[in-house]
Design a protein around this ligand. Structure first.
Ligand SMILES: Cc1cc2nc3c(=O)[nH]c(=O)nc-3n(C[C@H](O)[C@H](O)[C@H](O)COP(=O)(O)OP(=O)(O)OC[C@H]3O[C@@H](n4cnc5c(N)ncnc54)[C@H](O)[C@@H]3O)c2cc1C
Length: 430
């Protein structure tokens, strides 16, 4: 007989939610986390879209350590000497289930783990799972140091760069073109200062801000800023291959320069850096997704590459929460049926296919290839917009030409065909 009904590897969003569902269904479940506590090693931008969380924890707004509700969406095209920003607010973003919140993974992941623990899950932290215990091609448990612990089903929720996924289902290592590196600083400031600087309505509200162009020195990727209650998360996500082959600066330099850009410096002025972090980001989505199940094993969250970066939206946590929920529920059903083989776990794949997880990942499957070929978004369009805005807003006393005559040379400089191609490409990919 196995030591546990289920073992979950990793106490991130996917893992703790899966453990919560399994424990709630009355199963004995052990979570093994390599960090000293849940969230110790985890990183996000970040903001979580609430819809998936609400399905698991309908009252999460009252309980979870949320930072601020995001009420301002900002997107900037950034040139070295200029910045063009779209600022969007809408009542629709405040409706429960349609809203989103900035979070810090330390407190947030500990809260998720507490929900699982309260439901009956056991946690061991500070121990990495080094390999899986196999019987032929069937996963029987995990090996951590000298210990071997067995279970009827193992849930791999160990995030991007999962070596265990390779062992369990033969997941291929993703190519450098499909992986980005993210770095972030958390910069402390008084809550009211942040509120005033981003023009939020109160200390409970805040902004999500993405920057394309000079943030990554014109190469594939972008900058991000999220307001927490009394800190700002500021960072860079940069494609690994693009940075290696034609990046104009190392990623840490991109972040240092972003902090000094005139559009960003006033936001963080006087702030104190209290945390640095770095993490990989899978950008290939469904194109690099491994098999989601094997005999005695299933994968949820970023161990299965469930993440999308659309340039105006980064999503991984809502996928991880939803996948963790389905993984926990379907693993419990398979345990009840006494069949945790790949065939017995097929309900998990069906549930994901039926949910927004696979539907959205498939919807955006052309985005990575489109983004990779969209050099002009990072170097070209920001400068074009700057030049157009300069024509509109700079008055120097010289006679003004008709708007069409001012704008056409700038647009033609970029190439009408290029513009047409990129807009058409975006329509097809998004
Ligand atoms: C810079 C950056 C910005 C992002 N911004 C956003 C955003 O704004 N919104 C959004 O929704 N998503 C964002 N994401 C993506 C999001 O953070 C991830 O998709 C999400 O955290 C994935 O959750 P997960 O549970 O699958 O994995 P993780 O949160 O990575 O959890 C995996 C867990 O497994 C543990 N683990 C790993 N290996 C082992 C092992 N061998 N043994 C034991 N434990 C192990 C880890 O310590 C960790 O606790 C961002 C990511 C980055 C890096």
């Amino acid at each position: 007989m196995a030591d546990f009904d289920a073992i979950v590897v990793g106490a991130g969003c996917a893992g703790s939610v899966a453990a919560y569902e399994l424990a709630k269904a009355g199963k004995s479940v052990l979570v093994v986390e390599r960090g000293n506590y849940a969230g110790a090693k985890n990183m996000t931008g970040g903001r979580i879209y609430s819809h998936a969380l609400k399905e698991v924890f309908p009252d999460f707004e009252q309980q979870a350590p949320l930072e601020r509700r995001i009420t301002h969406e900002r997107i900037s095209l950034m040139a070295p000497d200029a910045n063009f920003t779209v600022d969007f607010m809408s009542d629709a973003m405040n409706v429960p289930g349609q809203d989103s919140y900035s979070v810090l993974r330390g407190p947030f992941d500990q809260w998720l783990a507490e929900q699982a623990e309260d439901a009956g899950a056991e946690f061991i932290c500070g121990i990495p799972v080094e390999e899986l215990v196999m019987e032929g091609s069937r996963v029987r448990g995990v090996r951590a140091g000298e210990d071997e612990i067995t279970a009827d089903v193992v849930l791999l929720c160990d995030g991007v760069n999962s070596l265990l996924a390779e062992q369990a289902v033969g997941a291929a290592r993703p190519p450098a073109s499909q992986i980005a590196v993210g770095i972030k600083q958390t910069i402390e400031l008084p809550a009211s200062v942040i509120t005033d600087r981003v023009l939020a309505g109160s200390d409970d509200e805040g902004a999500a801000w993405l920057f394309a162009g000079d943030a990554t020195k014109g190469s594939f990727g972008g900058g991000f800023m999220y307001t927490n209650r009394d800190s700002i998360s500021l960072g860079i996500v940069a494609g690994i291959e693009a940075t290696m082959t034609h990046g104009k600066a190392p990623v840490y330099q991109m972040l240092e320069d972003l902090k000094h850009h005139p559009a960003v410096a006033p936001l963080i002025r006087g702030g104190k850096v209290v945390e640095h972090s770095g993490h990989m980001v899978p950008e290939g989505g469904v194109n690099i997704m491994p098999a989601l199940t094997g005999d005695g094993v299933l994968l949820a969250g970023e161990s299965a590459m469930m993440c999308v970066n659309l340039g105006y939206q980064v999503r991984g946590m809502d996928f991880a929460v939803a996948a963790g929920m389905h993984a926990g529920r379907e693993a419990a059903r398979a345990l009840d049926a006494g069949d945790t083989s790949k065939a017995g776990l097929a309900g998990y794949v069906a549930a994901l296919e039926d949910s927004f997880v696979m539907k959205d990942l498939r919807q955006f499957q052309k985005v990575p290839a489109f983004m990779e070929g969209l050099d002009r978004m990072f170097c070209g369009y920001p400068e074009m917009i700057r030049d157009m805005m300069n024509k509109m807003f700079v008055v120097d006393g010289s006679p003004v030409e008709p708007m069409r005559k001012q704008m056409m040379p700038i647009v033609k400089g970029m190439g009408m065909m290029n513009l047409f191609k990129d807009v058409r490409g975006a329509m097809k990919a998004l």
